[in-house]
Design a protein around this ligand. Structure first.
Ligand code: MN
Length: 263
């Protein structure tokens, strides 16, 4: 009887498979999405931490903290229940999504040059079709990771890139999302930006098309990823499991990739 996982275990031990961390550090200045105040929309808590004890009079042998943040803080998972279009699906929250959702192949669409030339760049269906002409069809169940090198903006202000009219960062043309959800049946998409949509996505039709159409199709999202430049275009496996929050819409998440060393 063959067990393919034994080969994976041996490859992890030898270094033939390496593990790449795609997650940012959670800290008080981790950038979070702030919605336009003029709509009166309520906003999320930033990450904060309070020390309970640290080998001291409050607890002589132990160190631990209380933490507080919104579900959509730092590198995080978006479950289909996050959006109104996904509210009626079954098993659509962080605690009910099938665990197989959390382990999937990934492809990386490198739009670095386009994002550098235009901070409001919108990735189109044609862009994905051109990518497929080089790298092959995007496999079913894949995570589609949208590389922009946006995560290299280490200063929160430049990362959020907020101006009077809101944030400016790359996103998606709606037809690209429909293509991935319906014709490629992906697990979801992941971005390097604060959310999965463009900074100016409130003005798109539909509003926030990645959220609207992906979650409407019972698909997921990942945001604030980093180190996508360490992944091959195809052939890596992504592990992204949200905290099992009852009826949760998402959660901060340690996203890692298994990558073959010889490419
Ligand atoms: Mn989110």
């Amino acid at each position: 009887m063959s067990n393919p996982l034994l080969e994976v275990a041996a490859d992890l031990l030898s270094g033939a498979i390496k593990v790449v961390d795609l997650s940012v550090t959670l800290k008080s200045d981790t950038p979070i999405l702030q919605l336009p105040e003029e709509f009166g929309w309520k906003n999320a808590w930033p990450f904060s931490m309070e020390e309970i004890s640290r080998y001291d009079e409050r607890g002589p042998a132990w160190y631990w903290n209380n933490i507080k943040c919104g579900e959509h803080t730092g590198t995080h998972f978006d479950a289909p229940i996050h959006w109104v279009t996904g509210k009626d699906h079954e098993n659509h929250a962080t605690d009910t999504l099938p665990p197989a959702t959390f382990v999937a192949p990934c492809v990386v669409i490198d739009a670095t040059a386009d994002a550098a030339a235009d901070e409001d760049f919108l990735l189109t269906r044609e862009y994905l079709e051109n990518w497929e002409a080089t790298h092959g069809q995007i496999p079913q169940r894949s995570w589609v990771l949208y590389r922009t090198d946006w995560s290299k903006r280490s200063d929160p202000e430049s990362f959020l890139n907020r101006r009077e009219d809101g944030n400016h960062n790359p996103g998606w043309d709606p037809a690209a999302i429909t293509f991935l959800a319906e014709e490629r049946d992906v697990t979801g998409v992941g971005t390097e930006t604060v959310g999965t949509d463009a900074g100016q996505a409130a003005a798109q039709d539909p509003m926030f098309p990645c959220h609207n159409l992906m979650h409407g199709a019972n698909k997921c999202g990942l945001a604030s990823l980093c180190n996508l430049d360490q992944l091959p275009p195809t052939g890596a496996i992504l592990i992204a499991a949200p905290l099992k929050i009852q009826n949760g819409s998402g959660s901060p998440c340690r996203v890692i990739a298994l990558v073959p060393t010889a490419q």
